[in-house]
Write a protein that binds this ligand. Structure first.
Ligand SMILES: [Cu+2]
Length: 239
């Protein structure tokens, strides 16, 4: 009922603020590798903590930090073994498996290799390391252009606002998973804002161009999507 009223209010007013509920990341510092994927896909830890990747797959995997991470790591992990990394600098650490994904430096995204189990879903994850000096902005804009989000990971403070601006000539629909928030439907040239009251990691994607995989917590790009196999997805991190 509250949702229905909020959506109706938005439609009438033409601009609105919505507040999502529970964030999506799991607690703990362990990431399981059950196949060509990471579970959970997103973690939030404190600076100084160590994350352990446990390879329960029959194949080896090589987990590497993506471009621009505050610290670099590359962790070859044989089948049945574990690898660990201690995070000593706060910030955002997107990562991927170099055996099962490549990296597109222009879009700053992992790209699934065709032979990967979960193709077109990339073997990728995110560690958010909280600590001194790493703070969220009061408001951030995500530009949608060429079927991509720029940036695709944004950091706001609790109570902060994220605005999606559609600079494409076709419509986009931003939806959230694991969090109670209405869909952000964006015609070409339109903007929409969402206020995030609660701390945590929120996963979003474009349901017009990607399909959510609830087991992996990531999306698969639809055939014909711009930038396929890179899916239109991102994270809002609320500190
Ligand atoms: Cu791998």
């Amino acid at each position: 009922m509250v949702l229905a009223i909020a959506v109706m209010g938005a439609a009438i007013l033409g601009s609105s603020v919505w507040t999502p509920g529970t964030p999506v990341q799991a607690a703990g510092t362990t990431v399981t590798i059950p196949g060509d994927s990471y579970l959970p896909a997103a973690l939030m830890i404190e600076v100084g903590q160590t994350v352990t990747w446990v390879n329960k797959d029959s194949d080896p995997h090589v987990t590497a930090s993506a471009l621009g991470a505050p610290e670099e790591f590359i962790l070859p992990t044989a089948s049945g073994k574990s690898s660990s990394f201690k995070f000593t600098k706060p910030g955002l650490y997107p990562y991927y498996c170099v055996d099962h994904a490549t990296y597109n430096a222009k879009l700053r995204r992992a790209v699934a290799r065709k032979e990967a189990d979960a193709f077109p879903i990339a073997m990728e994850g995110l560690v958010v390391v909280k600590g001194p000096g790493f703070t969220g902005a009061p408001s951030v804009t995500v530009a949608i252009s060429g079927g991509a989000y720029a940036p695709d990971i944004v950091v706001v403070q609790a109570g902060g606002q994220v605005t999606w601006t559609n600079g494409d000539t076709d419509a986009h629909a931003v939806v959230f998973n694991g969090a109670f928030v209405p869909k952000v439907d964006l015609a070409a040239g339109k903007s929409q804002s969402v206020t995030f009251a609660n701390r945590g990691i929120y996963f979003f994607y474009d349901e017009r161009y990607a399909t959510y995989d609830s087991k992996l917590g990531l999306t698969a790009a639809k055939k014909g999507a711009p930038n396929f196999p890179i899916a239109m997805q991102g994270y809002v991190v609320v500190l």
